[in-house]
Design a protein around this ligand. Sequence first.
Ligand SMILES: O=P(O)(O)OC[C@H]1O[C@H](O[C@H]2O[C@H](CO)[C@@H](O)[C@H](O)[C@H]2O)[C@H](O)[C@@H](O)[C@@H]1O
Length: 312
Amino acid sequence: MESNSEERFHDNEDVIDDFYDMWLKNHPSALSSFEEIKSVAHEKQMVVFLDYDGTLSPIVNNPDQAFMSTEMRSAVREIGEHFPTAIISGRSRDKVFQFVRLNNIYYAGSHGMDISTPSVSLNYGNNEHQTRTIDEKGNDMVNFCPVRDFLPRIQRIKDKLEKIAKDIKGASVEDNKFCLSVHFRCVNEENVGKLKEMVESTMEFYNDFRISEGKKVLEIRPVIDWDKGRALQYLLDTLGFEDSSNVLPIYIGDDKTDEDAFKMIKSIGRGFPVAVSTTPKETEALYSLRDPTEVMSFLILLAKWKMGCTFS
Ligand SMILES: O=P(O)(O)OC[C@H]1O[C@H](O[C@H]2O[C@H](CO)[C@@H](O)[C@H](O)[C@H]2O)[C@H](O)[C@@H](O)[C@@H]1O
């Protein structure tokens, strides 16, 4: 006997839940594994790394409106009070700072290709990609950027991609300074293939750039041996947390480029890679959280636990 459409809908939801439950067996929730995380992290130095879009802010249609909630900002502020904390985003560093507006954490933009750290913390030295700058508050900072030379060409590519996007309703190009995003979340399904083809054929003339696909976005960035994983390692080194068995990095992220950071934590052999996802997916992460709401609950728990350790 055929079931009606409402029953089929619920059956389908049940199947999705079953798959998610199976996936959770290999990537347990960081919330329900909190006791385990605490016992590993006890008396160790945790260093917290966070992605921005889809992790601290929900995914929305308009990239300029991907605001984080006031509650999330307070949770991240608390985390920054208790742990060295950095956000590593695909956005430009300036833009992610405008969204987050916290001064007690570090920022890496353009998928980790543009990193700013205070010069006092500098433990890296003699790096050709570092420049000293004074920020708007008069602090002595060091910017690390291995792709500065690509900047003029990124601007030329941007002009070309903007011409393409203008002809496809809903498409837009976002300038992330050392990389570009071509958004197609608002493009009609039947035009997405055409957009991708046009972007790919434009990029054929720039073989030192690569295209990768994120969440309804094509991300265009210079081909260099650098990614969010390398940025995580750079920040650990620069902030003085290199090579110590006492240091435990935790990285929370939702997208493909975050996988490089998960891999880096795995290769270090210590720490907690956490994937944010409402659906089962292939990931190098060991733990999971469903969405930014669960990320916030986890950050609040982590800060409370640390406060308890400090005062007990
Ligand atoms: O590394 P991230 O901070 O996660 O940045 C990755 C991309 O995130 C943004 O795009 C995504 O979020 C948008 C706002 O919710 C959404 O409209 C878009 O469809 C998503 O792909 C950002 O706008 C991109 O530039 C980043 O590359």
